[in-house]
Design a protein around this ligand. Structure first.
Ligand SMILES: C[S@@+](CC[C@H](N)C(=O)[O-])C[C@H]1O[C@@H](n2cnc3c(N)ncnc32)[C@H](O)[C@@H]1O
Length: 274
């Protein structure tokens, strides 16, 4: 195992994955759930008001009989509202804590604890959603796997709706390497720790990595969060290669008209065969 100094200054390889599956970590998922449930923050989930506007907009463009699959549903903040509106909803997430919370608070939605890269549905849903820029947190290979799984899972004429951060957003990210001390524990560990937080840019600045190296008395753990930024052209090229066409584009997942100047981009895809 590399020592601290080497780890701190070694630039991780593009798409290198951290060994720690942080979404499902017992301590981290606790703080994450609190962040999801904070109604005013755009943190793990968007604010309550934004979620309401997203649900209202998405519901307004769907037939009432639509079967919806929410990938990375978290604690079910969207699923619950879609179910309340009468849609048939399934939510998939691989945070046990979030799925546990969702099941407890929303008996109408079907919640499944699963890695969405391993779903295995055929012709099962009219609408698949993936909200809060999770698509772009996947590696290039994982995105291909996801698109192929989504394509199989959609019924004829089904749609895949998701959002990503754009180049406008990533322009504000620069490389850094900073550290902080957390004597009473914090987000990444309940134990006293030092957090070394670095940001790295790859692929002409279109891919960023936030690397959190957490050092406690008992050892070191690393957590990697990747993000790819898009513009409409690059996203269209990527999904076209996977058999989709872009039916519509918006500036956000509340249906704001597309300008290309927004920090987010929301697209609606359909299988080119349908
Ligand atoms: C940024 S949060 C967004 C949650 C939700 N879509 C929302 O906006 O309220 C990303 C969610 O995706 C889940 N997630 C990440 N990777 C996943 C995977 N491979 N399979 C299933 N869920 C995953 C996380 O547990 C987390 O709940």
């Amino acid at each position: 195992m590399k020592g601290l100094y080497a780890k701190m200054f070694a630039r991780p390889d593009l798409w290198q994955r951290s060994p720690e599956p942080f979404w499902d970590d017992a301590h981290i998922s606790k703080g994450m759930l609190e962040a999801h449930l904070n109604p005013t923050l755009d943190a793990a989930s968007r604010s309550k008001d934004t979620i309401r506007r997203s649900v209202d907009w998405i519901a307004s463009i769907l037939p009432q009989t639509s079967k919806i699959l929410d990938l990375g549903c978290g604690p079910g903040l969207y699923c619950r509202q879609f179910s309340d509106l009468g849609f048939d909803v399934t939510g998939v997430d691989f945070s046990q804590r979030s799925i546990g919370y969702a099941k407890e608070h929303d008996p109408r939605t079907r919640y499944i604890y699963q890695n969405y890269l391993e779903i295995d549905y055929t012709d099962a849903f009219d609408v698949i959603i993936m909200i809060y820029c999770d698509y772009a947190a996947l590696t290039a290979a994982e995105r291909q796997t996801l698109l192929s799984k989504v394509r199989s899972a959609l019924r004829p004429n089904g749609i895949f709706l998701f959002d990503v951060f754009t180049d406008v957003h990533s322009k504000g990210i620069s490389e850094k390497n900073v550290w902080s001390v957390h004597e009473n524990g914090g987000f990444w560990s309940a134990d006293p720790h030092i957090a070394f937080e670095a940001a790295y840019l790859y692929e002409n600045g279109t891919v960023s990595l936030s690397r959190n190296l957490i050092v406690t008395e008992s050892g070191m753990k690393e957590y990697f969060i990747w993000d790819t930024s898009y513009n409409l052209q690059r996203l269209t090229e990527e999904v076209s290669a996977a058999g989709f066409e872009v039916k519509a584009a918006y500036d956000d997942v509340c249906g704001r008209a597309y300008t290309g100047n927004s920090e987010t981009l929301c697209v609606i895809l359909a299988d080119r065969r349908s």
